[in-house]
Design a protein around this ligand. Structure first.
Ligand SMILES: Cc1cc2nc3c(=O)[nH]c(=O)nc-3n(C[C@H](O)[C@H](O)[C@H](O)COP(=O)(O)OP(=O)(O)OC[C@H]3O[C@@H](n4cnc5c(N)ncnc54)[C@H](O)[C@@H]3O)c2cc1C
Length: 455
């Protein structure tokens, strides 16, 4: 059924490699274009971080079948890897010791995608035209033709800026030398930069929480280190997590450990702090919320911005995408994950149908498919690419099937962090009803109610 199609996959992260494994299994040819020098380039940037999901939730089944043939030993499925261990024990062997190694082109950054002979406005015969993928590999521009494209290039390299309006704060670019994004390794490779310094961390999700905990530990080793937590919302408790109610236990533990440090006064908190300006103050950073007489300011040596990520859509501008205008996720997926509406940390499994665009053969998958929503889980991505690859191969029945059972978190989330106050309201992800945020909401809607009230 597949007719020996060539499938271009952008990004050799866990989801891109899983997609390639499924493509191979279905007798098609994957070509993986990876911007970094090795597979897992984005994860390498946060390799010090411990994952909140155990090994058993971080493997793709087709990838495991490829690894099994090499005599690979599985890590303990119940233990929790760091990003570095995820690379060493799983992604690197998958990329270098299985037939996938022939399919991966590293140091190959995709810069544009179109369809051969068709600009965006031209329709007749469009779906028959192969995709044309331009990429840079240091030798100059290269072009690859493919029958289908799966963009699994993640969002790590396009972080949100500090400005609370979604734009860089005034002065943010000018002070880039003292600002880091995401989760810098403050106790490891970046230790010299942060030891003994006053460090402001902006954000309320897991990355901000993890960095603040690391800074408190750094303060024990390097006196003079001080952590300031800047959060846009008014309620710090929302970042304390579901604790023991969270089925992903590591995620619950992180929140509980953080709550204890805050209670002990180890972290200075500035709540309701929407950054608008960044300027210099005697060789340090002045980070301000508002201007004029109502403005508040914090002075720090360094700023870490952990306000989430957004997809890089620039190289997709010649394709006919159907994206939600707010979430920047495929329109059918966005209502399932919209952090404005949904309070649950899980989303029902989904695949080719929800990820389709007005560009047959093109799919966003993995972290990037969630656009600006922060709740992506690897295993959801593995189910996405299993379904998408089945669809590309012409096996619509398998594409429509749901083969993933998500763990019930039993707690709800707001803006990507678990809220202890809402514990127990979900009953796990909704199974079929797209407008339902959780199983209880789905049951309530089926019974004619407006919903369970958890969002
Ligand atoms: C700190 C942190 C902790 C997380 N912990 C968990 C967890 O415990 N459990 C869980 O399920 N999920 C977790 N996630 C979420 C998510 O599962 C991971 O981010 C995961 O790595 C996403 O996989 P991906 O393949 O979609 O994207 P990525 O891993 O980001 O891979 C994308 C790849 O695409 C490449 N790329 C980017 N642009 C281009 C381009 N233009 N051309 C070619 N290549 C390109 C990048 O170099 C990268 O290698 C975590 C995320 C973060 C940031």
């Amino acid at each position: 059924m597949s007719g020996g199609k060539t499938v271009a996959i952008i990004g050799a992260g866990p989801v891109g490699l899983a997609a390639a494994a499924h493509v191979l299994e279905r007798g098609m040819s994957p070509i993986v274009l990876e911007a970094g020098p090795e597979a897992g380039h984005a994860i390498r940037q946060w390799q010090q971080v411990q994952l909140f999901s155990p090994w058993e939730y971080n493997f793709d089944k087709a990838a495991l079948r490829l690894l099994a043939a090499t005599g690979w030993n599985s890590p303990d499925p119940k233990s929790y890897p760091t990003g570095g261990e995820l690379l060493d024990r799983y992604l690197t062997p998958l990329a270098t010791r299985t037939p996938l190694r022939e399919a991966i082109r590293t140091s190959s950054r995709v810069t544009a995608i179109s369809r051969t002979g068709f600009d965006k406005a031209k329709s007749k015969g469009r779906e028959q035209a192969p995709f044309e993928i331009r990429y840079q590999n240091g030798k100059g521009p290269e072009v690859l033709r493919a029958d289908a494209v799966i963009d699994a290039s993640g969002t790590w390299f396009s972080p949100n800026p500090a400005g609370s309006n979604g734009l860089p704060a005034i002065g943010e670019r000018e002070h880039a030398g003292r600002i880091a994004y995401g989760m810098p390794d403050v106790r490891g490779v970046e230790r010299a930069r942060y030891a003994g310094k006053t460090v402001a961390v902006l954000g309320a999700g897991h990355s901000a929480v993890g960095t603040l905990i690391d800074l408190v530990q750094l303060a024990d080793e390097a006196p003079g280190t001080q952590a300031i937590w800047l959060l846009r919302g008014a309620d710090p408790a929302k970042s304390f997590g579901g604790g023991r109610n969270d089925k992903l236990a590591a995620r619950g533990e992180l929140g509980s450990a953080f709550a204890a440090l805050v209670a002990a006064g180890k972290i200075r908190i500035e709540a309701g702090f929407g950054v608008t300006h960044i300027s210099s103050s005697e060789g340090r950073l002045r980070i301000s919320a508002g201007a004029g007489c109502g403005a508040r300011s914090v002075v720090a040596d360094e700023l870490v911005v952990s306000t989430g990520f957004r997809p890089d859509l620039a190289f997709l501008s010649e394709l006919r995408l159907r994206l939600d205008p707010a979430i920047e996720a495929p329109v059918a997926l966005a209502p399932l994950i919209d952090p404005n509406e949904h309070s649950c940390g899980t989303v029902r499994p989904h695949g080719a149908r929800e990820l389709a665009h007005d560009e047959p053969g093109f799919y966003l998958a993995g972290m990037k498919s969630y656009g600006r929503a922060p709740t992506f889980l690897m295993m959801t991505g593995y189910e996405q690419v299993r379904s998408v690859v089945a669809e590309i191969a012409g096996d619509s029945k398998a594409a429509a099937r749901v083969e993933l059972v998500l763990p019930e978190t039993g707690v709800c989330t707001r803006g990507g962090v678990e809220s202890a106050g809402a514990a127990g309201c979900c009953g796990g992800p909704a199974k079929t009803e797209p407008s339902a945020c959780c199983a209880d909401d789905e049951a309530a809607k089926k019974a004619g109610a407006k919903g369970c009230g958890c969002s």
